[in-house]
Design a binder for this molecule. Structure first.
Ligand code: NAP
Ligand code: ZN
Length: 441
């Protein structure tokens, strides 16, 4: 396959639900490059040798039509534009979604096109999508990097509806999960060591672009998505698709640092913040036999923390409790989404303990120099996990029967807004999951 030097945006937009998406097709150039034509001529000659009665020109024409109908835009290079009306084959899949147009406008119904599957693509009918606090940061532009219109959602589970010709591990009808990424360069040293999430060219599931740096990506508050096989996971059969959905982000985000810092029976682990990420961290940490302490702003979450598998509970606002627990923790995983004081947390660490930030508040962390000098802590962070590790996490959850505690809700613009408001108030047990399958009817 020649290098992918030129991309054509495959997703066209139509925010007016009354228009049909087929009217909005983009023109796509269909002339092959010299390299591509050479490969195709070789293929045509081989076919003639086998007795297939096709001239090279006829074969090239067929190949072009095939490429167009399957939207193999990576086979196209600059050349004569041909409109989609030249072919009767579909070039995209009409999809529906909920999107916002700006940080201050409500969700609305939004039509978009997903690409037809290329050889390595899987098309998924989305059944469920979790609401991650990241969706809230992004929709409200709290990280100052939001692009609109935005269709959030990166905790996706569903069923495979179509597969491309070279897809190896998925068949129509299989369960499938998609998390925070849909592509990466797959060539750099980070991709090669299964850390696609750290690839400088990684393509996020939404508020990002495809590798062409042009085509916007749209997330899981939508009924259909087309994703490269490499970025699709299998959901173990014993896990229900609704309660498994948040594993695709919350699950891997906790699993990865727990494995990296070797949480086991000798680890005194503290999870800060009992929200979507935190509650799954307690379950995973307990399943790895770590001694788990939950640190929460709310005494009211004590019983839940214990039921989830914690052995101890601290209220972060209670100075006496926090003081008594100083120098007792090996590994802190801080999931808090809002600005907060981390100095009392670092004080909990043993000498050379690890503080790992995974929450993404809008203000920088402040850590006193003397704490660093005397305690020599490792101050670090972690971003989701690679695809291999994500599958490993799902298999681990399958083996230990771990799913998320969810509030499954109808998916409408109003219910999404209400869920966002409650999540911001830390009033959810412990993850909202949108019932996408029954939306958009
Ligand atoms: P969440 O469900 O809203 O949970 C956050 C928890 O933080 C709350 O339940 C609350 O726990 C605590 N909290 C909230 N406001 C607080 C405050 N002012 N002071 C102290 N504690 C507070 O959010 P989430 O979905 O778990 O996400 C948490 C953060 O992780 C977000 O910033 C998100 O963007 C980020 N994230 C990072 C990654 C990554 O790869 N690193 C992946 C996904 C999400 P208590 O009620 O127990 O205090
Ligand atoms: Zn997330």
């Amino acid at each position: 396959m020649p290098p992918r030097t030129h991309y054509v945006p495959y997703t066209t937009l139509n925010s007016d639900v009354n228009n049909t998406v087929m009217n909005d097709r983009v023109d796509r150039p269909t002339k092959f490059s010299k390299d591509e034509e050479h490969h195709l001529e070789q293929a045509a000659l081989a076919l003639q040798e086998w007795g297939v009665p096709l001239s090279i020109d006829e074969f090239l024409n067929l190949a072009k039509q095939y490429a167009l109908s399957f939207n193999r835009s990576h086979l196209f290079s600059n050349g004569t534009p041909t409109t989609a009306s030249n072919t009767t084959s579909p070039i995209s899949i009409a999809a529906k979604a909920y999107a916002v147009d700006s940080e201050s406008t409500p969700f609305k119904l939004f039509n978009l096109e997903r690409r037809m599957p290329a050889a390595d693509d899987v098309v998924i009918r989305i059944h469920y999508c979790g609401i991650c606090h990241t969706d809230i940061h992004q929709v409200y532009n709290e990280w100052h990097s939001s692009k609109y219109p935005m269709v959030p959602g990166h905790e996706i589970t569903g069923i495979v509806e179509q597969v491309g010709s070279s897809v190896k591990h998925f068949r129509v009808g299989d369960t499938a999960g998609v998390g925070c990424m849909v592509d990466s360069c797959r060539k750099c040293h980070l991709c090669k060591k299964d850390a696609e999430q750290n690839c400088l060219d990684s393509c996020l599931t939404y508020n990002s672009t495809e590798l062409d740096k042009v085509t916007p990506t749209y997330g899981g508050y939508s009924n259909i998505i087309t994703v490269k096989e490499h970025f699709v996971c299998k959901i173990p059969k014993n896990l229900p698709l609704d309660a498994a959905a948040p594993l695709l982000c919350a699950g891997i985000t906790l699993y990865s640092p727990l494995r990296r810092y070797k949480a086991d029976k000798n680890t005194r682990l503290a999870i800060v913040g009992l929200g979507g990420l935190g509650h799954i961290g307690v379950k995973l940490g307990a399943a790895m036999d770590a001694h788990v302490t939950v640190i929460s702003t709310s005494e009211s979450k004590r019983d839940d923390a214990m039921k989830l598998g914690a052995k101890a509970f601290l209220v972060s606002k209670d100075n006496e409790q926090m003081k008594a627990a100083e120098n007792s923790i090996d590994l802190i995983i801080d999931t808090v989404s809002a600005p907060h004081d981390v100095a009392p947390l670092i004080n909990l660490l043993k000498f050379e303990g690890v503080y790992c930030a995974i929450g993404a508040p809008t203000k920088p962390l402040e850590i006193g120099a003397f704490t660093l000098l005397t305690k020599r802590p490792t101050i670090t962070g972690s971003l989701i996990g690679g695809m291999k590790e994500t599958q490993e996490m799902l298999d681990f959850c399958g083996k230990h029967n771990i799913t998320c505690d969810i509030e499954k809700i109808e998916a409408t613009p109003e219910t999404i807004k209400a869920a966002y408001d409650r999540t911001v108030k830390a009033d959810v047990k412990y993850r909202f999951v949108l019932d996408i399958l029954n939306a958009f009817k």
